[in-house]
Write a protein that binds this ligand. Structure first.
Ligand code: EPU
Length: 416
C-alpha cells in the first residue's frame, strides 16, 4: 500500500494548476448513459474514482474512449443495466447510474451502497424520488431493482438536501414524460455543471443553480461537448496548505466565483488573497488566526473542506470550534491530528481546537479522502517527518497531489 513521506517545515512557493472537479465529473460521466450519441468531455481529472466509474459504465456496454483529460462516451450499444456490488462497494457515487439507466431503458439493478467511513449515507431520497416518478422499486439481497414502462414527471420534495440525490433525479427527469419539479434541490456548482451538460444534450431545465429545478421531459437527448468545471475543493485544499505551511502560491485554472465560503475563512485566517479571473494568489507570512465555522450546503461552508481547515486551526494562535452538520461521523482525522500534537476535543458533532505553536511529525493513517488531505496539510506544517498511510483514499479524489505539492517546494514523496 502506498504511503506519503513528508518532511515538514518547507514554505510553498510557485504555481499549481487545478484539475477538473471529481464530484462534477462522476455524475457527468453517468449522463453518457442517457443518449446513443457521442458525449465529448474535457478537463476530466485523472483519479481513481473516475477509473472506477468508467469501469462500471464500460460494463453496461457504454463505449469509452480516453485520451488524457478527454473522454468520449457513446451509449449506442448498452446491453446491461446493472451496477454490481463489487464496484458500488468501492465507490458510493456508483448510485448515479440508477436514474439514467431507469429513465432510458426502463430497468436497472444497482447494488445498495453500504455505509462508509464518514457516515451511514442512505439513498432513500433517490428511491423516493424515482418512485414518485412512477418507478416500481424493490430491494432484495442487497440490490435495488427498479423498473417502469416510462417515468412520469412529478413534484418531488426531498426530506433533506442531497447532492447525488438531486443529480440522479435530475438525470431521470430529463427523459420522463411531462414536468418534474425538484424542490429542496442541491445548489452545489457540481449539480449546476451537470445541468449545463444536460441542457447542451437537449434537456429542458430551468432554475439551474437554485433549489427549485423544473424539468420538461424530452423523448431523447443528443450528444454534446462539455468541459468539466475546475475542482473548488482541490483548489481550497492547496490554499489551506499555504495557510498552514506559509509561502506564496498561485492556483490556476480555478473558478473563483464558487469558493466564497472558503475564501472568506482564508482571509479570516490571515492569508492575503489576490483574485484574478481564473487564478488566485495566496500569500501567508504569519501564524494563522483561528476560524470557527459550521459546515452546510452550498453556498455555505463545504463539509468537504472541514478537515483541511481544521488542520490549519490546529496551529492557529487561539481556540476555534468546528461543527459538522452534513455527515455524522466526519471527525476521523481528529485522533490522527492529535497524534501530531494537536489539541482537539470533540463533543458530538462539534470539535474544539486549541491551537498549538507547532505540530510534531509522526506516522498517521488516512481514513477517508478529505481526512487524508488534512493530514498532508498537517504534515507540511509539522516539525520533522510525517508518514501518511493508506493514501489510496487520497488517490480517489486528488490528481497527483504530491507531484503538485513537490513542484511548489514541499518535501513530500510517495513510498511504494
Ligand atoms: N442523505 C440521506 N438520504 C439520501 C441521501 C442523502 O439521508 O437519500 C443524507 C446523507 O446521509 C448526508 C446528507 O443527506 O447526511 C447529505 O448527503 P448527500 O446526498 O448530499 O451526499 P452525497 O451526494 O452522497 C456528495 C459528494 C460528497 C460531499 C456531499 C456533501 C459526490 C460524489 N459526493 O455526496 O463528496 O461530501 O455531497 O456535499 O458528489 C468527497 O468528495 O469527499 C465527498 C464525500
Amino acid at each position: 500500500m502506498d504511503k506519503l513521506l513528508i518532511q515538514g517545515g518547507n514554505r510553498l512557493n510557485g504555481d499549481i494548476t487545478i484539475s477538473g472537479a471529481k464530484n462534477a465529473a462522476l455524475p457527468i460521466l453517468c449522463a453518457g448513459l442517457l443518449t446513443s450519441s457521442d458525449v465529448e468531455l474535457s478537463n476530466v481529472p485523472n483519479l481513481h474514482d473516475v477509473k472506477t466509474i468508467l469501469k462500471l459504465l464500460g460494463q453496461t456496454g457504454l463505449k469509452v474512449l480516453q485520451d488524457g483529460d478527454k473522454v468520449t462516451l457513446n451509449g449506442s450499444a448498452i446491453d446491461k443495466t446493472e451496477a454490481p456490488y463489487e464496484l458500488v462497494k468501492t465507490m458510493r457515487a456508483s448510485i448515479l447510474v440508477l436514474g439514467p439507466l431507469l429513465a432510458r431503458f426502463g430497468t436497472a439493478k444497482v447494488s445498495l451502497p453500504g455505509g462508509c467511513n464518514i457516515g451511514s449515507r442512505p439513498v432513500d431520497q433517490h428511491i423516493k424520488g424515482l418512485q414518485a416518478m412512477g418507478a416500481e422499486i424493490t430491494i432484495e439481497a442487497g440490490y435495488i431493482y427498479a423498473k417502469c414502462a416510462k417515468l412520469k414527471g412529478a413534484r418531488i420534495v426531498t426530506d433533506m438536501i442531497t447532492v447525488t440525490g438531486t443529480e440522479n433525479l435530475l438525470m431521470a427527469a430529463t427523459l420522463a414524460e411531462g414536468e418534474t419539479v425538484l424542490e429542496n434541490a442541491a445548489c452545489e456548482p457540481e449539480v449546476t455543471d451537470l445541468a449545463n451538460l444536460l441542457v447542451a444534450m437537449g434537456a429542458k431545465i430551468t432554475g439551474i443553480g437554485t433549489n427549485r429545478l423544473v424539468i420538461q421531459g424530452v423523448s431523447e437527448l443528443h450528444g454534446a461537448k462539455h468541459a468539466v468545471i475546475s475542482d473548488r475543493i482541490e483548489a481550497a485544499t492547496f490554499l489551506c496548505a499555504v495557510a498552514a505551511a506559509g509561502g506564496d502560491i498561485t492556483i490556476r485554472n480555478t473558478r473563483t466565483d464558487i469558493m466564497d465560503a472558503a475564501l472568506d475563512k482564508l482571509r479570516e485566517i490571515g492569508v492575503e488573497l489576490t483574485i484574478g479571473d481564473n487564478w488566485i494568489r495566496a500569500q501567508m507570512n504569519k501564524r494563522p488566526a483561528p476560524v470557527t465555522f459550521r459546515t452546510t450546503e452550498y453556498p455555505g461552508f463545504p463539509t468537504d473542506m472541514q478537515a483541511q481547515f481544521m488542520a490549519v486551526n490546529t496551529i492557529a494562535d487561539g481556540a476555534s470550534r468546528v461543527t459538522e452538520t452534513i455527515f455524522e461521523n466526519r471527525f476521523m482525522h481528529v485522533q490522527e491530528m492529535n497524534r501530531l500534537g494537536a489539541q482537539i476535543e470533540t463533543d458530538g458533532n462539534t470539535a474544539f481546537i486549541k491551537g498549538v505553536e507547532q505540530l510534531v511529525g509522526a506516522p498517521v493513517m488516512a481514513t477517508d479522502l478529505r481526512a487524508s488531505a488534512s493530514l498532508v496539510i498537517a504534515g507540511l506544517a509539522a516539525r520533522g517527518e510525517t508518514l501518511v498511510d493508506r493514501i489510496y483514499h487520497l488517490d480517489r479524489g486528488y490528481d497527483q497531489m504530491e507531484v503538485k505539492l513537490s513542484a511548489v517546494g514541499a518535501n513530500i514523496q510517495r513510498i511504494k
